[in-house]
Design a protein around this ligand. Structure first.
Ligand code: AQP
Length: 336
């Protein structure tokens, strides 16, 4: 009988798209939390390149960014000997299960997805079927690994709901095939906004580089970007409605230092935005420095990266293929 200490750890899955150079937003909102999650849970972490091509990508750039994001996953401290780290397109089961799940997903429910509405407005010249079916591929990612938990930000909640609906629908017809995933709400990952337009989230595909801090920006570039961040005319560091620029910088500073908003307000009481921005810039530089240093060592070792990718794909396929095979049998595919 399984003893309490031998009980299986819950499974958790998280992905990041190689659609650009990851930002401080990706780091503080997601990546920073992954190594502790990998300790606590049975984790799988993927570079989601299949998702990335829902928006047109330049092939050479996509290839380079995929290797860079994989190197970054190692640089943040994920250990490939303990955790599955893989590139999504190297595990064919993702695309295969997504096709099956497409046939169990209604056009009407997909049409309600707000990310599709936003992204199709932003890429009006390329509103492709993949962009529309993005949440089904995400459901396949999650369900293949029988993940119990998926860390999701506010923008992904709707997609997780769809994954649960699809899984419940499938299980309702064929029996218990999929684990129904729950959202993992951990220590709040800060939602980082653009430095130039603080009503919009900081995004790696933002064409305006001034609004975005890349994880690999040099210290002087970070300082310059923070110093030119949009603020307001009140000249008082306080967290309040209508002060989106300052609220965003306070959120960033809080994530980097662990200080609460009240403590930050006290620290900068009587000081102007100039002093505040210098401290925010320094805190960001110090936060990203070890990651960038480790990244630079890893990215130059292509043989090691290849080894990690191959090992990760093999381990991920081992789990994913088992689920896929079950699904294929259930829907009636002939497996001779
Ligand atoms: N600004 C943000 N603040 C906090 N968290 C963020 N994330 C993204 N931007 C912020 C979180 O990062 C994880 C990986 O994101 P993704 O690459 O899968 O896709 P995304 O959310 O679409 O990220 P981007 O940077 O905005 O990419 P593009 O520009 O390609 O669309 C997710 O957990 C996400 O919540």
């Amino acid at each position: 009988m399984e003893s309490v200490t031998e009980q299986r750890k819950k499974k958790i899955l998280s992905c990041i798209q190689p659609s650009g150079i990851p930002t401080l937003g990706n780091y503080l909102g997601a990546l920073k939390n992954w190594p502790p999650l990998a300790e606590e849970f049975d984790g799988a972490f993927a570079v989601a390149d299949l998702h990335a091509i829902t928006v047109r990508q330049e092939p050479a750039k996509l290839r380079r960014q995929t290797a860079e994001v994989l190197a970054l996953l190692l640089a943040i401290g994920l250990d490939p000997d303990k955790t599955i780290i893989f590139v999504q397109s190297q595990v064919p089961a993702h695309a295969q299960l997504a096709w099956v799940l497409n046939c169990f997903t209604q056009f009407g429910e997909m049409s309600r997805m707000t990310q599709f509405k936003d992204k199709s407005a932003a890429h009006a010249d390329n509103v492709n079927v993949g962009l529309f079916a993005y949440p089904v591929l995400m459901a396949a990612d999650i369900l293949l690994y029988q993940a119990d938990l998926v860390p999701v930000g506010a923008d992904q909640k709707q997609h997780l709901e769809i994954a649960r609906d699809i899984a419940n629908r499938f299980n309702g017809i064929y029996g218990d095939v999929f684990t129904i995933p729950d959202a993992y709400i951990g220590k709040s990952g800060e939602r980082v906004m653009s430095l130039q337009n603080p009503e919009k989230k900081m995004s790696k595909s933002d064409p305006n580089p001034k609004g975005t801090i890349s994880i690999f920006d040099a210290p002087e570039v970070i300082m310059k970007k923070v110093k030119s961040a949009v603020t307001d005319s009140e000249a008082k560091v306080r967290f309040a409605e209508g002060k989106d620029g300052i609220n965003n910088l306070m959120g960033i500073y809080s994530c980097c230092t662990g200080l609460s908003m009240e403590e930050i307000e006290r620290e900068f009481d009587g000081k102007g935005y100039g002093d505040f921005k210098v401290r925010v810039g320094e805190a960001v530089v110090e936060e990203l420095r070890p990651v960038r240093e480790r990244y630079e060592r890893i990215i130059s070792d292509k043989a090691y990266l290849k080894e990690v990718a191959e090992k990760g794909a093999e381990a991920a396929s081992g789990i994913a293929d088992r689920t896929l095979k079950k699904v294929m049998k259930k829907v009636g595919f002939w497996i001779p």
